[in-house]
Design a binder for this molecule. Structure first.
Ligand code: DC
Length: 222
């Protein structure tokens, strides 16, 4: 494997991307880029500023004047919005349900993709996880993976993850959110979630984090 390789990991909510991508990056000494966190940070700013989510022009304008940074801190990835740490706030249900309204806008996606390419290309090797990394952001990535899991398992994972982070949510709320994000992520006109033709599919339903990480490392180290 070349030192400055790009590893793309895409898949729907709850497929296990974040945990696995973070682990893979750590094992390889690569930069970890959580692209969903970037869309979430912008969504948080729009909520805080009271921007009307049906006003595409206002959302696009906001994205042009927003500074988003990702900084690794031990086992955690810290997300900074205009220099303020928003790592916890971006995981709220309000952000989670509204992010799709902004992630479907072409200009916003182009700005995000530009920033993601800059971060990835400027690193000495990066693992990027999201929905459109292997298809749009880095179509020439050295390695592409598409993680998936059964709907029930994905809902269960999202529920446990939010509970662990201290958010009070019901399983029904999570189920409705995952269902609606699946539809919106997969059917939006710009950069919809889909498997890149040359991506390796991993069904993580019955796999542990270690197993999925091992499978990816086994492929990239060959
Ligand atoms: O991975 P996540 O659940 O934190 O992502 C939050 C939302 O951001 C997701 O529902 C869709 C959007 N997203 C996107 O459209 N493209 C990406 N590359 C990453 C996330």
């Amino acid at each position: 494997m070349k030192k400055n390789s790009i590893i793309a990991i895409d898949g729907p909510a709850g497929s296990g991307k974040s945990t696995v991508a973070k682990e893979v990056a750590k094992k390889l000494g690569f930069l970890y880029i959580d692209t969903g966190a970037m869309y979430r940070a912008l969504t948080l700013k729009a909520i805080n500023k009271g921007v009307d989510f049906s006003d595409a022009g206002a959302l696009i304008e906001l994205s042009k004047n927003t500074d988003i940074e990702l900084k690794e801190s031990g086992d955690y990835l810290k997300v900074y919005l205009d220099k303020k740490d928003v790592s916890h706030k971006i995981r709220s249900m309000e952000v989670t349900t509204k992010v799709k309204l902004l992630a479907s806008l072409k200009d916003i996606r182009e700005n995000m993709a530009k920033l993601q390419r800059k971060l990835g290309s400027g690193s000495s090797g990066a693992v990027l996880e999201g929905r459109d990394i292997g298809t749009v952001v880095f179509p020439d990535a050295a390695y592409k993976f598409y993680l998936d899991a059964s709907f029930e398992k994905r809902v269960e994972r999202r529920f446990l993850e939010l509970k662990e982070k201290g958010f009070s949510v019901s399983p029904e709320e999570i189920e409705a959110d995952v269902r609606s994000r699946d539809v919106s992520d997969m059917t939006r006109k710009v950069a919809p979630l889909k498997k890149a033709e040359d991506a390796k599919v991993i069904d993580t339903t019955d796999m542990t984090i270690e197993e999925v990480t091992g499978k990816i490392l086994g492929t990239v180290k060959k």
